[in-house]
Design a protein around this ligand. Structure first.
Ligand code: G3D
Ligand code: MG
Length: 178
């Protein structure tokens, strides 16, 4: 019975919803008392029967603050990561423009071939988004990186599980290639 154990990291700027996505996925809860992430922390989630009925995946999911003052923690945080969720906030376009730094840190500290998926979070706010959100541009970027872009909402739960499962699938494929 195959068992995969993966370290997953959630990266992106401050207040994009990293901690909220983690709690939504692991505990199916939103907006209880966690607030600003201090340093790095992780939660575990066991997925049985994915991607095959006889497979179990154990995800150790690490959450970091996007704040600059945690920069010194980054190398240990990235070290040994098998995959990443790279998150921006659809309602604040500048958080997308900041992702380059996160992706280059991912490659530098976790390795070139580490799979990631791109997440535009807070899609429930899309009615309030004017002009700046260039969805086609994001999709093109994802394609050029050979990855997948998905809009999520930690608030409603939309696509959150799907995003983690898509990444899990990519991590399994990546491990088989090694
Ligand atoms: P971070 O861990 O990336 O810093 P948080 O982000 O998870 O702490 O979320 C930052 C704020 O965005 C929180 O609001 C949180 O409730 C809100 N948020 C997170 N995800 C979503 C989402 O999908 N939709 C909406 N509408 N809000 C979201 P507060 O007000 O508590 O600071
Ligand atoms: Mg946080």
């Amino acid at each position: 019975m195959p068992l995969f154990v993966f370290k997953v990291i959630i990266i992106g700027g401050g207040a994009v919803g990293k901690t909220s996505l983690l709690h939504r996925f692991v505990e199916n809860k939103f907006n209880f008392r966690y607030k600003l992430t201090i340093g790095a922390d992780f939660l575990s989630k066991v997925i049985e029967g994915y991607p095959n009925p006889d497979t179990t995946c154990k995800l150790q999911i690490w959450d970091i603050g996007g704040q600059e003052r945690y920069k010194f923690l980054r190398s240990s945080f990235f070290n040994g990561a098998n995959g990443a969720l790279v998150v921006f906030d659809i309602s604040r376009w500048h958080t997308y423009e900041e992702l380059n730094d996160w992706v280059s840190d991912l490659r530098e500290f976790a390795g070139e071939g580490v799979p990631f998926i791109l997440i535009g979070n807070k899609v429930d706010l899309i009615k309030d988004v004017f002009g700046e959100y260039d969805k086609e541009g994001v999709e093109e970027y994802a394609k050029s990186e050979n990855t997948y872009f998905v809009e999520t909402s930690a608030k409603t739960g939309e696509n959150v599980e799907g995003a983690f499962l898509n990444l899990t699938h990519r991590m399994i494929k990546n491990q088989k290639l090694e």
